[in-house]
Design a protein around this ligand. Structure first.
Ligand code: IPM
Ligand code: MG
Length: 357
């Protein structure tokens, strides 16, 4: 039997609750599809700081690098917000992404028909939306030097090299080839030199993908267009900070940030995580929506382990669960037949994955 070693990082806040449901679903689907998953629990985030004094212990990096894939919950919380920056959970996450070299962050924003009323936008605007945000994840202003704070000044630097732009552009075009063959590259080239380099480089790379239609858009306009007419987008290619902002915005097209998964990939080990945060305000209450994490687990099966039919099972099980009216509290107002706890909805999805013939 094929067996895989999954590094699991629960992290903080609702992390352990949502990961528990993803594992429940993974185990169900593995048993019916005939493969085995072994989980290696690793420390990271605020909890890692509390226990070891470091939000990203070296052991976590080593063991993650030795896994087949990383399944990630969420990190952070107010409790750690006053620590010096290098000790904060978020710094651990950024270092982790850099260590693993996961330069491409794929954030699909898909609107489930069953939840068409859950969005704050009109149904006709969002019906059929299917966007893939391709966000550069280990460069840009998040990592640029120099950075610092001196007296009454503080600064960060937005840096991209041609090589960094090329590799993320290739990813975006390759993904577009599997989809509707449209890439919209988003920048601020009317103001920023780094964005002009971005635009020129993406233009250059696009020549290798003649079937893909490339357009460019300024980030402020893109933020507006996403709300005005989101169906115009197929693949949105963008840098680190613009992608951070636009992917949160895109997630709300679907009605809840609790639904959207992500995959961060590079050359080797990928990290699969929901796009939402650790939601300390609802932690421990059993009301978090685990669907984004379960859906991230499905991306992990598909992209990291090549278990396509297992991933298909999970995706249909999620759709079926929503169709049958099972909702966590964040979606309670939208055609709910039954309001479920985090663990109830996990069990329903797990059962549906097994039932599909
Ligand atoms: C995300 C998050 C992170 C980011 C934070 C927690 C550092 O917002 O994954 O989108 O900004 O990348
Ligand atoms: Mg974010």
């Amino acid at each position: 039997m094929k067996s895989y070693n999954i590094a699991v990082i629960k992290g903080d806040g609702i992390g352990s609750e949502i990961i528990a449901e993803a594992i429940k679903v993974l185990d169900a689907v593995a048993s019916v599809e005939g493969f085995a998953l072994h989980y290696d629990d690793l420390l990271m985030g605020g909890i890692a700081y509390d226990i070891t004094g470091d939000p990203l212990p070296q052991e976590t990096i080593n063991r993650a690098k030795n896994s087949d894939a990383v399944l990630f919950g969420a990190i952070g919380g107010e409790k750690w917000d006053t620590l010096e920056r290098s000790k904060r959970p978020e710094s651990g996450l950024l270092r982790f992404r850099k260590e693993l070299g996961v330069f491409a962050n794929l954030r699909p924003a898909v609107v489930y028909d069953e939840l068409i009323n859950a969005s704050s936008l009109k149904p006709q605007i969002i019906k059929g939306v299917d966007i893939m945000v391709v966000r550069e994840l280990i460069g840009g202003i998040y990592f640029g030097e120099p950075r610092g704070r001196e007296g009454d000044r503080a600064y960060n630097t937005m840096v991209y090299t041609v090589a960094e732009i090329e590799r993320i552009a290739h990813k975006a075009f390759k993904i577009a080839m599997q989809r509707d063959k449209r890439v919209c590259s988003i920048d601020k080239a009317n103001v920023l030199d780094v964005s002009q380099l971005w635009r020129d480089t993406v233009d250059e790379i696009s020549k290798e993908y003649p079937e893909v239609t490339l357009t460019h858009m300024y980030v402020d306009n893109a933020a507006m267009q996403l709300i005005r007419n989101p169906k115009q987008f197929d693949v949105m290619l963008t840098g680190n900070i613009f992608g951070d902002i636009l992917s949160d915005e895109a997630s709300m097209l679907s009605g809840s940030i609790g639904l959207l998964p992500s995959a961060s990939i590079g050359s080797k080990i990928g990290v699969y995580e929901p796009i939402h945060g650790s939601a300390p305000d609802i932690a421990g209450q059993g009301i978090a929506n685990p669907i984004a994490t379960i859906s991230s687990a499905s991306m992990m099966l598909r992209y990291a382990l090549g278990q396509t039919s297992a991933a298909d099972r999970i995706d249909s099980a999620i759709a079926q669960t929503l169709k049958d009216g099972y909702r966590t509290q964040d979606l309670a107002e939208f055609d709910a037949k039954e309001i479920c706890s985090t663990s109830e909805i996990g069990s329903i999805i797990a059962n549906y994955t097994v039932k599909k013939s």
